[in-house]
Ligand binder design. Structure first.
Ligand code: NAP
Length: 331
C-alpha cells in the first residue's frame, strides 16, 4: 500500500476543512510501529475536533480519531511484530498525533496494547475510549467503597457512549442503576442495558439548594455543569461521583457543603494519560465483565465518509450508544 485513505483536517486561511484524502505513506509522522487500522470509533472529542466546536486539534493538518484497533505491519521494537493485533486509546492521538480515522497509523510502541483476550478488533472499538472511560469510572467508585446494594447509582448522559457502557457495566455488577437522560425515546434501549429506572435530564440540572435529600449511592457523570452541581447536592453521605465529561457544560457552580457536611468525593477520571498498568487492568475487566451481546446492541458501524455528519450528531447529543468506524469500508 503506497497510499492510504484518511480523513484529514486542515486549516487553510484559518478555516477548518475536513475531507477524505488518499495520502502517501511518507506523509505519516515518525513512530516505531506502523499499524494497519481495521476499526476506530467516534467519541465526543472527535465530534468537537471535526466540527471545530472544541479546541482538540493541536496543529494542522491532522488525522483525528482518538482510538483505533488494527494489525501491526512494521515494527522497530521487539515488543511488537508484524501480524500482532493491537489497540490504542488516548495519549493525545487524534489531538497532537495523527489518529485513527485512516487506514494506517504510525505511533510510539508504548502507546499500544495487545488486543485483550476474548475481544475482536471490532469489539475493542465498540468499547473504545468511551467504554474504557466507563470502566475507569466504575473501578474508581468501587475503590472508594461503592458496593452493589439497594441504593441507587445514577449515570448521567446515559444514552451516549460512555453512559451506555457505564449503565451496562454497573447493572452487570448488580447495581441498582438509574439512567438520567434527556431522551425518553431511549428508555427501552437503556432498560435492555440494565437500567432499572429513569430520571429526566432536567431533574438534576434544576436542583437549586446546596444540599437536597440524599439519594445516590454513587454516580457516573458524563455531563458536568448544572447536572454535576445537582448531583453533588443529592449524593448520600460518604458517596462518590466519577466525573468524566462535559457534554452539558464545563463550568461548575457549587458550594463546599456536600464535601464538608456529607463527605462526598469527586473522583476525576482521565482516560488519555491513564498509566499503562492501569490500562491493562481496565481492558481485562472490560473483556471479562462486559456482556458482549449488550455491546452488540449498543454499537453501529459506519464508514469514514459518514463521519462529518455523525460528528455533528454526537456534539448535538443525538447518538445512541457507540459508533464503530470501519476505515476500510467503501463509503
Ligand atoms: N475524561 C475522559 O477521559 C473522557 C473519555 C471519554 C469521554 N469523555 C467525555 O465524556 C462525555 C461523553 O462522551 P461520549 O463519547 O459518551 O459522548 P456522547 O455519546 O455524545 O454522550 C453524551 C451524552 O450526554 C447527554 N447530553 C448531550 N448534550 C447534553 C446537554 N447539553 N445537557 C445534558 N446532557 C447532554 C446525552 O445523553 P442523553 O440523551 O441520554 O441525556 C448524550 O448522549 C463527553 O464530554 C466526553 O468528552 C471524557
Amino acid at each position: 500500500m503506497d497510499t492510504f485513505k484518511a480523513l484529514l483536517l486542515e486549516q487553510p486561511d484559518g478555516l477548518l476543512q475536513a475531507s477524505i484524502k488518499q495520502l502517501p505513506l511518507s506523509a505519516l509522522p515518525a513512530g516505531e510501529v506502523l499499524v494497519a487500522i481495521a476499526y476506530a470509533s467516534l467519541n465526543y472529542k472527535d465530534g468537537l475536533a471535526l466540527t471545530g466546536k472544541g479546541k482538540i486539534a493541536r496543529h494542522y493538518p491532522l488525522i483525528p480519531g482518538v482510538d483505533f484497533a488494527g494489525t501491526v505491519k512494521e515494527s522497530q521494537v521487539a515488543t511488537f511484530k508484524p501480524g500482532d493485533q493491537v489497540i490504542l486509546t488516548g495519549w493525545g492521538v487524534g489531538e497532537r498525533h495523527w489518529g485513527g480515522f485512516a487506514q494506517l497509523a504510525r505511533v510510539k510502541a508504548e502507546w499500544l496494547l495487545p488486543l485483550p483476550k476474548g475481544l475482536s478488533l471490532q469489539q475493542a472499538m465498540g468499547f473504545g475510549s468511551a467504554g474504557f472511560t466507563a470502566m475507569q469510572c466504575v473501578l474508581a467508585l468501587e475503590e472508594h467503597g461503592l458496593t452493589p446494594g439497594e441504593r441507587e447509582v445514577v449515570v448521567t448522559g446515559a444514552a451516549g457512549g460512555v453512559g451506555s457502557c457505564a449503565v451496562a457495566l454497573l447493572a452487570q455488577r448488580g447495581y441498582n442503576v438509574v439512567a438520567s437522560t434527556g431522551r425518553p425515546s431511549t428508555h427501552p434501549y437503556l432498560r435492555e442495558l440494565g437500567a432499572k429506572a429513569f430520571l429526566a435530564r432536567e431533574v438534576l440540572a434544576s436542583q437549586k439548594r446546596p444540599l437536597e435529600s440524599e439519594r445516590w449511592a454513587g454516580a457516573v457523570d458524563t455531563v458536568g455543569g448544572t447536572t454535576l452541581a445537582g448531583l453533588l447536592s443529592t449524593m448520600t453521605h460518604g458517596s462518590s461521583i466519577a466525573v468524566c465529561g462535559l457534554a452539558g457544560g464545563s463550568g461548575l457552580e457549587t458550594t463546599v457543603f456536600p464535601f464538608i457536611l456529607r463527605g462526598v468525593n469527586l473522583l476525576g477520571i482521565d482516560s488519555v494519560m491513564c498509566p499503562f498498568p492501569r490500562r491493562q487492568i481496565i481492558w481485562e475487566r472490560l473483556a471479562q465483565d462486559f456482556p458482549l451481546e449488550l455491546l452488540a446492541k449498543m454499537t453501529q458501524i459506519a464508514p469514514l465518509e459518514s463521519l462529518l455528519g455523525l460528528a455533528k450528531t454526537i456534539v448535538d447529543g443525538q447518538i445512541q450508544g457507540r459508533i464503530i468506524v470501519d476505515v476500510n469500508a467503501e463509503g
